[in-house]
Design a protein around this ligand. Structure first.
Ligand code: SF4
Length: 371
């Protein structure tokens, strides 16, 4: 009898992403360059071109001898993300990029220009293992963690797009970074922590962007929040709560079976006390699922004495999904009830809706095309 092998049961063996300067702490970059046979000080020069000048093309690295520029670029800053497709909307002010990684994996980032800031939303994992049933990325499962280099490359690419004046309105500075693309950032903790340093470290060690302009969004991995608190980074924390009651949250955000609502909020409170940063509660409003006035009331009671802000997100329905956005009147009532408790509440604008804006939708569409 022939044995039938279930290949889908085997763990996918993936080659690690090529090592990149952005994977290492500044103190280790010099030693690594030396190991590769370059003078140690070249690491600092390359970091200056990478983080301070956003200079992609080694031909412009004129402080480095012409015959070693390409070799240094190949060794220290190999290109880790390749642009597959860009889709724009909002008159070009929103731009979604689909990137292919070295092993063919696809991830997305979204760049949004507003009057007072330009924000990039980046992916920290390919896919996501958190399995939230209303989310396109969650439905596809986790493919793999991204390296710090792969996450940082999305940010540096966005900073270049801004600096080169590729968005309408002319050259600008990338001002804000949100970890709200594909993946659960705190489930890829070390790479995300390294990336946060790459963002906030002063030039030339990093991009020199203020920690206040960086938001890490989590479904509430309490151990990750505790680790982040110990980093002394003071980035803003966003908790994807989506409902105030454990009963519904157990199914809406399955990790809730491990970390209950009160435990997650207590960790967020500790984070707020340590950093002085108000945290945000992300709440995707889903019609007839979590948008009832009594749930707004429960949420208001939970948050009224906390230094938290609620960001309501009209759900962006994914094709073929039964989950859909709330009725406008229910959304208004939800806001009214929260505000009656004095809880600061905003409804997130729905930038990117025309371009498959929910996390994972562009990658899912691309994969479907390839099938
Ligand atoms: S909503 Fe966020 S945490 Fe949940 S599956 Fe989607 S990407 Fe993962």
């Amino acid at each position: 009898m022939t044995e039938i092998k279930l290949v889908f049961d085997e763990p996918v063996q993936r080659k690690k992403a090529p090592k990149h300067l952005a994977d290492l702490a500044p103190a280790d970059r010099k030693a690594w360059a030396t190991e590769l046979g370059f003078p140690g000080y070249r690491a600092n020069q390359v970091a200056t071109h990478y983080f301070s000048h956003l200079a992609h093309d080694p031909n412009t690295w004129t402080d480095i001898p012409a015959d070693s520029r390409q070799a240094l670029a190949d060794a220290l800053t190999p290109s880790l993300i390749k642009l597959v497709r860009t889709v724009t909307c909002d008159n070009g002010m929103t731009r979604k990029d689909l990137w292919k990684l070295h092993d063919g994996v696809l991830v997305e980032s979204v760049l949004m220009r507003y009057t007072d800031r330009t924000t990039v939303c980046i992916s920290s994992q390919a896919g996501c293992g958190m399995n939230c049933p209303f989310c396109a990325t969650g439905q596809a499962g986790l493919t793999r963690n991204l390296s710090a280099g792969e996450i940082t490359e999305q940010i540096v690419a966005a900073a270049r797009t801004c600096a080169n004046g590729e968005l309408p309105g002319g050259p600008t500075r990338l001002s804000n970074i949100v970890f709200m693309g594909m993946g659960e950032p705190l489930a890829n903790y070390n790479a995300v922590a390294r990336t946060l340093r790459n963002i906030t470290d002063e030039n030339p060690n990093g991009l020199g962007i203020s920690a206040r302009s960086v938001t890490v969004s989590t479904v509430g991995l309490v151990n990750g929040i505790e680790k982040l608190m110990a980093e002394d980074l003071n980035v803003t924390l966003a908790i994807s709560l989506h409902t105030p009651d454990d009963e519904l949250r157990d199914s809406l955000v399955p990790i809730n079976s491990r970390y209950k609502v009160r435990e997650v909020l207590a960790a967020a409170d500790d984070y707020e006390k340590k950093t002085g940063r108000r945290y945000s509660i992300e709440y995707a409003l889903i019609r007839d699922i979590n948008d009832q006035a009594w749930r707004a009331d429960l949420l208001g009671r939970l948050l009224k004495n906390r230094n938290a802000h609620v960001n309501l997100i009209p759900l962006n329905p994914t094709p073929g999904s039964k989950w859909t956005a709330s009725r406008h009147e229910d959304e208004l009532e939800f806001v009214r009830v929260l505000e009656s408790y004095g809880v600061p509440t905003t409804v997130r604008d729905t930038r990117g809706r025309e371009i498959d804006g929910a996390c994972g939708q562009l990658a899912a569409a691309e994969l479907a095309k390839a099938d």
